[in-house]
Ligand binder design. Structure first.
Ligand code: S3P
Length: 442
């Protein structure tokens, strides 16, 4: 279980907007998958641009504990000696996934196909998150996984069960469920098909194809057959658009801003944040779009622009699901009303992101109404300073720091230690482009 972690408070205040150039760290979703597929591949995989956040380090540690030789990470480089699909060995201890929902859910699918038993544990937040959404469809494939009575971790994944392909329609547009089933499908007899109700991130499908594993897509239906092989190679991880989002919003709302974000992943299943901000009037220019290792990337130039409220189109919600904490901040700084609906998944992320953001923004003087599936926000040009709580959620912590750019006094954000899960260099990089953050640790 989680070692005692220091209590971290950010005290943030804006200045004259955000300026300069920044390459934010590697994409978290792609980094997890690079480690997993590299470990299951034959031959060596060299990863560059890996996110060295705690979530990804938990995935690296899990594969080391299952006997995979991994060098690094050092400055984003990782070298993995692939063990092959059937080369993992039983871990001696429970695998501690910390705060990482992606790691726990994807690993659960992968471990269901192994010959050995394993146990997945996580921190307090991860232990509250729903796991039946993966254990039930995996059980339909023949897997044997035990959860707590509430359907949460610890998860005991029994080995030695024969898996068979399923044809499963996802009840929610979740890439974690889709990916867990596809990973189990690597070990299943026959075909595993997953149908998504709306497009959600497709890094698993893209990266499997990059490792030479055939994956078919027809419309919103993805399928693969078991018992193939993955071939190791090179993976270049683009900068994480979910981390870039804090600066896209910050530069949009802070007068005087002009900022370039380099080498940002532009996978169309992830760019909802850009589309939503543009609907609100943001000035975001896409420069030098190119493709790197099967994923599109570009540099983004963002300049301050007056934002206005919008009704966020429902189909964009899964394409921006991790960006809503900071999109709520954009809405708070926009003229008029913003309506977010169809976003009930936000309630089961690292925190209840609707409640945490609503409480914090209200404390900063924003008028809003919480809905079970979203929020209605009455925006305005500036916020009050004050004290808010991130509730241990990395993305709410960074979103509140960004809110300080338009507050009339400093914003003090409690419980920020988990920023290290996805963006360990956030404070340094924020300071470098003009967002002053003091860090107090206890
Ligand atoms: C992720 C999928 C999303 C996202 C998470 C990362 C992934 O979760 O919120 O941060 O890497 O597959 P859901 O699948 O629960 O929507």
């Amino acid at each position: 279980m989680e070692a005692a972690q220091r209590h971290v408070v950010f005290r943030a205040c804006g200045g004259n907007g955000l300026h300069g150039r920044l390459r934010v760290p590697g994409d978290k979703s792609i980094s997890h998958r690079a480690v997993m597929f590299g470990a299951l591949a034959e031959g060596c995989t060299e990863v560059t641009g890996l996110l060295e956040g705690k979530d990804v380090l938990a995935t690296v540690a899990a594969f080391r504990a299952m006997g995979v030789a991994i060098d690094g990470p050092e400055q984003g480089r990782l070298r993995i000696e692939g063990a092959g699909l059937h080369g993992l060995s039983a871990p001696a201890e429970p695998l501690d996934m910390g705060n990482a929902g992606t790691a726990m859910r994807l690993l659960c699918g992968l471990l269901a196909g192994q010959a050995f038993d394993s146990v997945l544990v996580g921190d307090e937040s991860l232990t509250r998150r729903p796991m039946r959404r993966i254990t039930e469809p995996l059980a339909a494939m023949g897997a044997c996984i035990e959860t707590s009575a509430e359907g949460t971790a610890p998860l005991t994944v029994r080995g030695g069960y024969d898996l068979r392909g399923v044809d499963y329609a996802l009840p929610v547009a979740s890439a974690q469920i889709k990916s867990a089933l596809l990973l189990a499908g690597l070990y299943a007899s026959g075909e595993t098909c997953v149908t998504e109700p709306a497009p959600c991130r497709d890094h698993t499908e893209r990266m499997l194809a990059g490792f030479g594993y055939p994956v078919a897509r027809e419309g919103n239906r993805v399928s693969l057959s078991g018992n193939g092989r993955l071939q190791g190679g090179r993976v270049e991880v683009p900068a994480d658009i979910s981390s870039a989002a804090f600066f896209l919003v910050g530069a949009s709302i802070a007068p005087g801003s002009d900022l370039i974000l380099e080498h940002v992943g532009m996978n169309p299943t992830r760019t909802g944040v850009i589309e939503i901000l543009r609907l609100m009037g943001a000035d975001i220019e896409v420069l030098g779009q190119r493709e790197v290792g099967g994923e599109p990337v570009a540099d983004l130039r963002v300049r301050h622009a007056p934002l206005h409220g919008v009704r966020v189109p429902r189909e964009l919600v899964p394409l921006a699901i991790d960006e809503f904490p900071v999109l709520f901040v954009a809405a708070a700084g926009a003229e008029g009303e913003t309506i977010v609906e169809g976003a009930e998944e936000l309630r089961v992320k690292e925190s209840d992101r609707i409640a945490v953001m609503a409480d914090g923004l209200e404390a900063l003087g924003v008028r809003l109404e919480q809905r079970p599936d979203g929020m209605i926000i009455q925006g305005g040009p500036s916020l009050r300073g004050g004290k808010v709580a991130a509730h241990g959620d990395h993305r709410t912590a960074m979103a509140f720091a960004v809110a300080s750019l338009i507050a009339d006094a400093p914003v003090s954000v409690d419980d920020c230690a988990n920023v290290a899960t996805s963006y360990p260099s956030f404070v340094d990089e924020a300071r470098r482009v003009g967002l002053a953050i003091d860090v107090q640790q206890a």
